[in-house]
Design a protein. Structure first.
Length: 350
């Protein structure tokens, strides 16, 4: 598996899969079994979708033949499963444009500048791309990406800075612990005494507070402090009613993610209640050559289960094969006995 960030010539692909959650990963596997290569695009910095971003440690009980595993474990097993196929991953890339060309192929453009030339497209985007929950204070928008951040892309840029971090989950605590040694000052603000982060991380944070290396305030952001249009700090109202004016060069807000249909809504695909209408034979959308699996798709009797998404991906793979190679006869082969599939999977001969 590789991550390609080239912005030159369009990247030629048999199939582009938009979304690297469980259904997108399994779609790559099902295509690989049929000898079809895939590129995976995801707006998140790592694969796994909701499983790794929203509940990496929560148990999942309804994966066949696996009594229980976490969202992170499921992702890791799916990644292991697609290794033989050399699937290329493009992470941190949000698909911004999908255009069907006159020759029937598709141009997929991303916000990171990469462009794909694909024979078919699978949208496995869950309930849409995940966007960070924003700080929501007046004057935030012009500062986002410069002095207000929802992700840390370059930790070294924060060295020696006065930092205010908002949040009580793993991201907020992890970055508090990571940045405290190099920051000029660091204040952690969380709206309630209970944290969603790992207890060990909370304990380490509390040790830093006790040592005077981190300041902690239980409260909420009230307003930004600006100087000539630049960030100078943030006003925080504590749970006891006190107002704290915190000096800050950078504000980091980790309030989690929320799904947003985003550019998909503008791609000319038939929608029903913010989901893509698909058939149940091959899970093709209203545009030939564009397929949808997982929570993003809808049809009569649809159930938003990972198990259902896996079933959809299996049928979509055959639909994609027929779309790409309509003259090719299709045979149902079993991984147990098929020498062709064994070769694709790298299974040694007996």
């Amino acid at each position: 598996m590789t991550s390609d960030s080239s912005h030159g010539e369009p990247i030629l692909a048999e199939v582009v899969i938009i979304g690297a959650g469980p259904c997108g990963l399994f779609q790559a596997f099902e295509l690989g079994l049929l000898g079809i290569g895939a590129h995976l695009i995801d707006s998140l910095p790592r694969p796994g979708g909701q499983c790794t971003e929203l509940y990496p440690d929560k148990p999942i009980y309804d994966i066949p033949a696996v009594p229980v595993l976490s969202g992170q474990e499921l992702t890791e097993r799916l990644l292991q499963q697609i290794k033989p196929f050399g699937v290329k991953m493009h992470l941190g890339y949000e698909a911004s444009e999908l255009v069907r060309r006159e020759d029937g192929r598709f141009r997929v453009r991303t916000t990171a500048g990469a462009v794909f030339d694909a024979g078919a497209v699978v949208i496995a985007a869950g309930v849409g791309s995940f966007q960070p929950r924003r700080l929501g204070l007046e004057g935030c928008e012009p500062l986002e990406g410069h002095s207000i951040h929802y992700r840390v892309r370059d930790a070294s840029e924060l060295n020696g800075k006065r930092l205010v971090i908002f949040g009580g989950g793993d991201s907020a605590l992890d970055w508090t612990l990571a940045l405290a040694p190099t920051a000029q000052s660091l204040t952690l603000v969380h709206r309630r005494p209970e944290f969603r982060a790992a207890p060990a991380s909370v304990a380490k944070m509390q040790d830093l507070v006790a040592a005077g290396r981190v300041r902690y305030i239980e409260g909420l952001a009230q307003s930004l402090i600006l100087a000539d249009g630049a960030l100078a700090g943030v006003n925080v109202k504590a749970s006891d009613g006190a107002l704290h004016a915190l000096e800050a060069d950078r504000v980091l807000a980790f309030f989690g993610l929320h799904p947003k249909l985003g550019p998909i809504a503008d791609w000319g695909l038939q929608l029903e209640r913010k989901a893509l209408k698909v058939d149940t034979e091959k899970f093709e959308t209203s545009v030939p050559g564009v397929f949808a699996v997982g929570d993003i798709g809808t049809y009569p009797g649809k159930k938003k289960l990972i198990l259902s998404g896996f079933h959809e991906a299996a049928l979509a793979a055959f639909g994609i094969q027929h779309h790409l190679y309509p003259q090719k006869k299709q045979f149902l082969q079993y991984t147990t006995t098929s020498p062709v599939m064994h070769k694709r999977l790298g299974v040694p001969d007996n």
